[in-house]
Design a protein around this ligand. Structure first.
Ligand code: G3H
Ligand code: 13P
Ligand code: ZN
Length: 313
């Protein structure tokens, strides 16, 4: 069955790699994730956002994720699979997901005042741990849009707060803000794409070996943006987190790296290519199939070259 993150994170921290946390909303994304992780023998965290629940239905997503455990075996290798709520914003939502069989939840109280964040996170942890579900909390605010709240600038996580937060809440992992952000436009053109690995190091000193999570970690490969634009798209200057910086983070106590936008770009590029080259095609399998294949290649690359999660399952 689905597993929680406890043992997986402990191994990732000591092993110096990070688990992939890939978002999914539909069948082809799930197939690509599972195929890639089976072929690279990587554990995986399947993430469902509030938007995904609205789009695809919580019950369908839950049974799809549970089915993925069997699907992996049929593909030839049983990998550990976590079903995780991405950016839970209320106690009630986390509770509902736990009742629905999620094995891990995020309670994102980072927009609240510190004490409120602590109280909310602690309440979720108390309920989740009764059900053997692990909890991710967050301190610091990422620039850009997060939970339908948008921030102009990053509020970096203060290393001074992390120890107190972790102790008071009992969380199993902590998402931090060190310069990553959601979406495809993480840096302005001309700006040097650089995350604050110095703040990460400061945080690690305060909570040695404690599992750290990075959101907003798409790299926005220029080849996808170029393909999208070549085949009729109109995306401008999109810049992500350089892979070598993620590789460095994965070697530290960062044990979960969230990637969604890169998958969106890959799928869009592949679909546009089919539409441009074969405009008579109208069978969804003929464009979603190639999208799924490109997505799978992307995820294999991430597992092997960026996160170091290959051959860890
Ligand atoms: O954190 C954001 C994730 O990329 C999920 O995005 O809320 O549009 O499903 P979404
Ligand atoms: P990206 O938008 O960088 O892929 O981040 C996804 C994420 O953090 C999901 O929680
Ligand atoms: Zn996120």
């Amino acid at each position: 069955g689905l597993v929680n993150t406890r043992e997986l994170f402990a191994k990732a921290v000591t092993g110096g790699y990070a688990l992939p946390a890939y978002n999914f909303n539909n069948l082809e994304q799930l197939q690509a994730i599972i195929q890639a992780c089976v072929e690279t023998k990587s554990p995986v965290i399947l993430q469902v956002s509030s938007g995904a629940r609205k789009y695809a239905n919580q019950t369908l997503l839950r049974y799809m994720a549970q089915g993925a455990v069997q699907y992996a075996k049929e593909l030839g290798y049983a990998i550990p699979i976590v079903l995780h709520l991405d950016h839970g914003d209320t106690y009630e939502l986390c509770q509902s997901c736990i009742e629905y069989g999620f094995s891990s939840v995020m309670i994102d109280g980072s927009h609240h005042a510190y004490d409120e964040n602590v109280a909310l996170t602690k309440k979720v942890v108390e309920y989740a741990h009764q059900h053997d579900v692990t909890v991710e909390g967050e301190l610091g605010v990422l620039a850009g849009v997060e939970d339908e709240v948008s921030a102009e600038t990053h509020t970096y996580t203060s290393p001074e707060e992390v120890e107190d937060f972790v102790r008071k809440t009992g969380v199993d992992s902590l998402a931090i803000s060190i310069g990553t952000s959601h979406g495809a436009f993480k840096f302005k053109p001309g700006q040097k794409p650089q995350i604050r690995l110095d703040i990460l190091a400061e945080i690690e000193k305060r909570i040695p070996g404690f599992p750290i999570v990075l959101h907003g970690s798409s790299s926005v490969p220029p080849e996808y943006v170029d393909l999208i634009n070549k085949y009729g798209g109109k995306m401008e200057a999109a810049i992500g987190i350089p892979e070598e910086q993620l590789r460095a983070a994965a070697k530290s106590a960062v044990c979960k790296i969230n990637i969604d936008s890169d998958g969106r770009l890959a799928m869009t590029a592949a679909v546009r290519k089919v539409f441009a080259e074969k405009p008579a095609e109208f069978d969804p399998r003929k464009y979603l199939g190639p999208a799924r294949d490109l997505l799978k290649e992307l995820y294999k690359h991430k597992n092997i070259e960026v996160l170091g999660s290959a051959n860890r399952a």
